[in-house]
Design a protein around this ligand. Structure first.
Ligand SMILES: *Cc1c(COP(=O)(O)O)cnc(C)c1O
Length: 387
């Protein structure tokens, strides 16, 4: 008999009923240190008092009006994102997947309105852009697309890091190139800064738009507000979600005025996107995260965590191969199956998230305390010792 919850997830044997900072708590009071943060979502931890207050205050005033009317919190958050980034304009969604849908539509409409027939989009193997028609077509892996055809046409896939294949795929028919500055689901694989620069130059040479998917790596995770800032390169369109809502469903597409030129009245919409509740939380997240002091703390904590993880790798050479990533978006590359490491973590009451390429993701809340970082390394050491 089919379970009453559609069985698309293979769930761990824990269920949490409360949270507190970097900790999750079961009904019986057992506590787990959460180094997954809901897959890079709970950037300010669980039950953060400032986010809770912002949401509760808005909940008492107004939940939903639709985008038929002005939404003050939406104007405020859009202005903040425009001030803080390359972008001139923002559209709010409820998820990263919806941000992907709009990014693809925006890129195609840009060329349509220029009177060109360009619709091809180049994406990279190992990428993840969501589970919608455009998202799975962009990622292209059989794991996500098998059985769901016919797929949205117009996507070309290039092996991640293969410069020659990329140059061969790029042409005057390329509408856009979509890439995660750090692959998340793919196994925490950063794109070197000089490659992002090379991509930018190559796109400019043929006029193609460059789309960055910062759904997982954005919103302070690398110690900059957005990961691409380290490279000095900016995209034309950027997808944001996960961390921007701190746990409340919220996504966004940021774009330059030029790239967004095709998105005129009536060309796109969302019933819930940019609703007052999401905006209250998104503004509260930005107030805390988008400051130099907070981002400097992320980098400092990232240094401490990385040092601890390097030590862990050194003491368990049979379990781990190495550490990679940036800021508080780290991957432990495993020698044993990564699922064994994640399961051993459950036994040691520390939560991590598996990824492709046999990696285990460490994506803690960005405000994790120094004590919890020490606990994290201790518990991961306990987990590795049990293997
Ligand atoms: C999670 C993720 C998405 C999809 O976001 P949802 O909110 O799950 O729809 C897209 N791109 C990347 C890089 C992601 O990590």
């Amino acid at each position: 008999m089919i379970p009453s919850i559609l069985p698309t997830y293979n769930r761990a044997p824990m269920s949490f009923v409360a949270g507190e900072g970097a900790w999750l708590i079961e009904e019986d009071g057992s506590r787990y240190l959460d180094l997954g943060a809901g897959i890079a979502v709970n950037v300010l931890g669980h039950a953060n008092p400032e986010l809770t207050a912002a949401l509760a205050e808005q909940a008492g005033k107004l939940w939903h009006t639709s985008n038929l009317y002005g939404i003050p919190g939406q104007q405020e958050l859009a202005d903040r994102l425009v001030d803080a980034t390359f972008a001139d304009t923002v559209f709010f969604t409820n998820s990263g997947t919806e941000a992907c849908e709009l990014a693809v539509k925006m890129a195609r409409k840009y060329w349509y309105d220029k009177g060109e027939t360009r619709s091809e989009i180049i994406a990279f193997t190992g990428s993840f852009h969501g589970r919608s028609a455009a998202g799975i077509a962009a990622a292209g892996s059989e794991k996500m697309t098998k059985g769901f055809g016919p797929l949205l046409p117009g996507f070309t896939h290039v092996p991640f890091g293969d410069h020659e294949a990329f140059q061969a795929a790029l042409s005057d028919q390329t509408a856009a190139v979509i890439i995660e500055p750090i692959q998340g689901e793919g196994g925490i694989i950063p794109v070197p800064d000089q490659c992002l620069k090379g991509l930018r130059d190559a796109c400019d040479a043929v006029g193609a738009l460059l789309i960055f998917d910062e759904v997982q790596c954005g919103v302070g995770r690398t110690g900059k507000l957005f990961a691409h800032e380290w490279s000095g390169v900016t995209p034309d369109i950027m997808m944001v979600a996960k961390g921007i809502g701190g746990g409340f469903p919220l996504g966004a597409v940021l774009a330059t005025e030029a790239a967004a030129a095709g998105m005129t009245v009536g060309s796109h919409g969302s019933t819930y996107g940019g609703n007052p509740l999401a905006m209250a939380v998104g503004n509260a997240v930005m107030t805390i995260v988008a400051t130099d002091d907070f981002l400097a703390e992320v980098s400092r904590k990232a240094g401490a965590l990385r040092q601890g993880l390097e030590g862990l790798v050194a003491s368990h050479p049979d379990v781990f191969e190495g550490v990679r990533g940036s800021g508080l978006m780290l991957g432990l590359v495993c020698k044993v199956p990564n699922s064994d490491v994640v399961a051993a973590g459950y036994a040691a009451h520390v939560l991590t998230v598996p990824a492709a390429d046999n990696a285990v993701r460490i994506l803690p809340p960005l405000n994790i305390t120094d004590d919890d970082i020490s606990q994290a390394v201790r518990r991961l050491d306990q987990a590795a010792s049990s293997l």
